[in-house]
Design a protein around this ligand. Structure first.
Ligand code: FES
Length: 113
């Protein structure tokens, strides 16, 4: 599934620093969600699908655990990924990164490029 160019994912002012939040662009496809991350001035987006077993990263309460202000952790089996690049930083992701989604930040909004 691809996400439409221009689709607004978040407002920059609403993103805590650091954070990894889950965005559901379309309620009709709740399995197709996007992670938006922030660490300082660096904002990124990723498909919410862990490369280990394909789980979404969030816990049952909808939150993604951020560790040490630098890593997001998959609730499935504990793989961790960098907030900026989605690179595997430990656990069973075996070096595989999250799939990045290109974004633009314009007028205070984060949108799909
Ligand atoms: S599905 Fe993410 S660590 Fe297993």
């Amino acid at each position: 599934m691809t996400f439409a160019s221009g689709l607004v994912l978040a407002q920059v002012d609403a993103l805590p620093d650091p954070c990894a939040i889950v965005v559901m662009p379309d309620a009709a496809t709740p399995y197709a969600t996007i992670i938006v991350t922030r660490r300082g001035d660096h904002i990124a987006a990723f498909r919410n699908k862990c490369p280990h077993a394909g789980y979404p990263l969030q816990r049952a309460d909808g939150r993604i655990v951020v560790q040490e202000g630098r890593y997001m952790m998959c609730s499935g089996h504990g793989a961790s990924f960098t907030l900026e690049e989605g690179a595997c930083a430990g656990g069973p992701c075996n070096g595989e990164p999250l799939e990045r989604i290109a974004i633009v930040v314009r007028g205070g909004a984060v949108a799909v490029a």
